[in-house]
Design a protein around this ligand. Structure first.
Ligand code: SF4
Ligand code: SF4
Length: 357
């Protein structure tokens, strides 16, 4: 979509307002049509979810709280019949990113036209490897078709691989392949999320599974290569600051950031429960959040979370590093060339993605 002046101005104002949450991930549904090996969402599906009106009311609350960016995920958010209406409403106020595992985007392309970015999950250039991770045959073909079709139709599309031990050694080739064709990349980082919180929003992985990154040196080398690549190609959407923080974590085991869960970012589940991140118990319903946001309980949790080192989810690290006035400025500086993603469409060049199975 073309960003309106009003939306851009309102985002700038919210970006420059301190002590506000900047980023929210809303898992709109707990239904999923895939069976990804490292994910438990599909094993814990739930047919209950908020109504369209409840979600719109929740989005109004997020706007009042000063949120800038909303990521709509799931399950697969495109399984909701009202997803077009939700995206249209969200995109009036927020930079709106929508996730799809690649199975639904072509069917729902008209619903996606208002999104600022559609992120398609693809984990490998090898169809068999990708389908093994996804647990579904032809997942790779559908995802590649989705990227091609969305790009052709002028919908801003990116690919989003989850870096794990399983695909670690091919991430550089994967990155080169897409960025050379003008498709931006935003990574996720596999993290097994052990937690004692019984009521947490969902679980990922099993201890010692095949996805846990064990080759730390390779991870450090990958970060170095991506930092170099970023100098020449702005389609690597991660910031240098984020890449350096991840590199440092894998080379020294030390974190150069404090977690800002429930400060700069939070998550909402399909029932409207709000938590600092998906590993911790919910703190409030979205409808009670304005009251709960500045409560002593929330303030105490912020302090606890700032010392937490339980996960290495990339988006949580990103918003811990960047979700502030200064952080937003740094992102804007570094991603200036990517403003075209949000501010206006480029002329669309046809893709030549690899031959499908
Ligand atoms: S990772 Fe995403 S697409 Fe895969 S099963 Fe989980 S929710 Fe579904
Ligand atoms: S480090 Fe932050 S995002 Fe990760 S589990 Fe702890 S509080 Fe949650």
């Amino acid at each position: 979509m073309v960003m309106t002046i009003e939306k851009a101005a309102s985002i700038v104002v919210r970006s420059l307002t301190p002590n506000k949450p900047y980023h929210v991930q809303w898992m709109l549904t707990r239904k999923c049509n895939y069976r990804c090996k490292g994910c438990n969402v599909w094993r814990e599906q739930d047919t209950k979810e908020l109504s369209t009106d409840e979600i719109k009311r929740g989005l109004d609350i997020l706007r009042e709280l000063g949120v800038i960016e909303v990521v709509l995920s799931g399950g697969n958010p495109l399984l909701r019949n009202d997803i077009g209406e939700i995206i249209e409403y969200a995109s009036r106020f927020f930079i709106t990113t929508v996730y799809d595992n690649g199975s639904m985007a072509v069917k729902k392309i008209d619903d996606l036209r208002n999104a600022d970015l559609v992120a398609i999950s693809i984990d490998s250039l090898n169809p068999q490897k990708n389908d093994y991770v996804r647990g579904v045959k032809r997942a790779w073909c559908k995802a590649m078709e989705a990227v091609e079709k969305l790009h052709e139709e002028g919908v801003s599309v990116s690919v989003s691989p989850t870096i794990s031990q399983f695909n670690l050694y091919e991430i550089l080739d994967f990155t080169r392949y897409f960025i050379n064709q003008g498709i931006p990349i935003w990574y996720a980082l596999y993290s097994y999320d052990f937690s004692n919180h019984q009521d947490r929003l969902f679980k990922i992985g099993k201890k010692d599974d095949e996805f846990t990154i064990v080759d730390k040196e390779a991870m450090v080398n990958l970060c170095n290569s991506l930092i170099d690549m970023k100098k020449k190609n702005s389609n690597v959407l991660m910031t240098t600051k984020l890449l350096k923080a991840v590199k440092n974590l894998y080379s020294t085991g030390k974190r150069t950031w404090e977690c800002r869960a429930l400060q700069n970012f939070f998550v909402i589940d399909h029932l409207g429960r709000v938590a600092g991140c998906h590993l911790h118990n919910p703190v409030a319903s979205i409808f009670d959040l304005p009251k709960a946001w500045n409560s002593p309980k929330s303030n105490a949790l912020r302090k606890t979370y700032s010392k937490c080192t339980q996960c290495t989810y990339l988006c949580y690290i990103f918003y811990s590093l960047h979700g502030s006035v200064l952080g937003n400025f740094q992102v804007a500086q570094e991603q200036w060339k990517n403003a075209k993603l949000f501010l206006k469409k480029n002329s669309v060049k046809p893709l030549s993605l690899v031959k499908r199975q």
